[in-house]
Design a protein. Structure first.
Length: 482
């Protein structure tokens, strides 16, 4: 009885801990703050920074070891940029209900002891159709709030505008995303799939070695050998030797050497044949099936330039200037309505997306139900991202905030918290697994259309042999009648 009560108490404590650790929705504290407004929410941190360093030095400890707690009990202002994948916002109730970035920052707040719920604002995305730009919004936000929360790529262009990025925990590398169509193999590829284990050069080499081996064996074996006296009456020694050589490859016939040199030669050849056939059969199982080919309109950004096909880019987005400066010959299109439909309807050959952003969309039925959207080529640049603030060590000393947050973020990374949170996030948002579908399609059983080439080849050779034999007998019959 006592043991049962203890187990029940342990279970209750576990459940309470799970509830305590889970994210709790909260109302934003600054619901009336509007994008591009004149409100000023940045705090002055210079006195805080001076007091922190002085108190640590007077205490005689290492100030940097206390850095993660430098903001304990302080309130920082935060503005969130609209991002349905990362920030879940209920407009009717002005509540933040979750999202990967929100949960990361909440964990960061718990570790540093800072407060942010009551001093948080939310902003919609800038509208390019109204002349608003991504860079322009970020520049406005960093001059009005301590922290700008979003999935911002730490590009050189943004850093030149005086922005400081937090610990890089998002893969923001730009990639081309295109629609990949499945192309069935041609009848020719399916029929001759049995040749795929060997290259054309190797097949040619094997044919040359047939002729070479036949010639050597005919030379080594006496023409009037008792063993072949009756077998080569209707053919020359070389023709019969060539037949034995080719037939030995499929175990249809065996050499019967008489001389010692010929015996050693046959031993060497049969060993060679065994190695060749073993290599062939080892590769045959995996290469006999001719898989469907996945093809896209373009294969890389260089291919798009060569074909003069347009790439969809978010106007004024994080990679707009980067792409235009690095690829001046690339045809860029700014669609009025952003989305993957621009790729599917042929408006663009591909769309430019950050790595993490597409990883999210790729596993959702809403955007990729048929798993036909994929990365194309290679990343255009290696880039990582995070939240950001204004790089300021004098006016408001906002660098002090970032200095305090960075060690805590690094600890979240080294402890595996960020990786686990990201894996949990993908599991939550993904409702389809394109990887499993691909593995399933690759592991199908052999079908008739995949193996008919082997049987057709045997039938064709059989017909030729029957016709040849019929014509030979018909010729012999005519000679007898005459």
């Amino acid at each position: 009885m006592v043991a049962a009560i203890k187990m029940h108490l342990v279970w209750l404590l576990y459940c309470y801990a799970q509830l305590a650790d889970s994210f709790q929705p909260f109302k934003i504290g600054l619901p009336d703050d509007k994008p591009y407004g004149k409100q000023q929410r940045r705090n002055h941190w210079c006195d805080e920074e001076i007091n922190f360093w002085q108190s640590r030095m007077e205490a005689g400890d290492n100030p940097r070891s206390r850095m993660p707690k430098a903001l304990e009990g302080r309130h920082i202002s935060v503005i969130m940029l609209e991002s349905p994948n990362y920030i879940h916002y209920n407009e009717s109730t002005n509540e933040i209900t979750g999202g990967f970035l929100v949960e990361v920052f909440e964990e960061l707040a718990n570790r540093t002891g800072l407060s942010w719920h009551g001093t948080t604002a939310y902003s919609r995305m800038p509208d390019p159709n109204k002349g608003e730009t991504y860079d322009g919004w970020i520049e406005w936000a960093m001059n009005r709030y301590d922290i700008v929360l979003g999935d911002f790529a730490a590009t050189a262009e943004l850093q030149e505008l005086g922005m400081r990025f937090g610990y890089p925990f998002l893969n923001e590398s730009p990639w081309l995303v295109a629609q990949v169509k499945v192309q069935k193999p041609s009848w020719y590829e399916a029929m001759f799939s049995w040749t795929r284990p060997f290259s054309l050069g190797l097949w040619s080499l094997i044919a040359i070695f047939f002729a070479f081996t036949a010639y050597v064996f005919a030379y080594l074996e006496p023409q009037k050998s008792i063993l072949y006296k009756d077998e080569n009456e209707d053919s020359t020694p070389y023709e019969h030797s060539l037949w034995l050589t080719i037939a030995s490859f499929t175990c249809g016939e065996k050499f019967k050497p008489h001389t010692r040199p010929a015996k050693i030669f046959v031993l060497a050849w049969t060993f060679t044949v065994s190695l060749i056939t073993a290599s062939y059969t080892a590769n045959l199982a995996s290469l006999l099936v001719v898989s469907d080919k996945e093809t896209a309109v373009i294969s890389s950004v260089e291919d798009a330039i060569a074909k003069n096909l347009p790439i969809c880019v978010w106007k004024g987005g994080a990679f707009d200037k980067f792409v235009r400066s690095r690829y001046p010959d690339l045809s860029i299109k700014y669609p009025r309505e952003w989305g993957y439909h621009n790729v599917r309807n042929g408006n663009c050959a591909a769309i430019l997306k950050d790595h993490t952003g597409f990883r999210i969309d790729q596993g959702t039925k809403r955007f990729n139900e048929h798993c036909d959207l994929q990365f194309i080529g290679k990343e255009l640049a290696e880039n990582f991202g995070s939240f950001l603030s204004k790089a300021d060590s004098e006016e408001h000393c906002t660098d002090f905030v970032m200095d305090a947050l960075s060690p805590a973020m690094h600890a979240m990374y080294t402890e595996g918290w960020l990786r686990q949170a990201k894996d949990d996030f993908y599991r939550q948002v993904h409702d389809i697994s394109c990887d499993s579908l691909k593995q399933k399609s690759d592991s199908k059983s052999l079908t008739v259309d995949q193996t008919f080439g082997i049987f057709v080849l045997h039938i064709v050779i059989s017909i030729i042999c029957v016709v040849w034999h019929f014509m030979t007998r018909h010729k012999e019959g005519s000679l007898i009648r005459n």
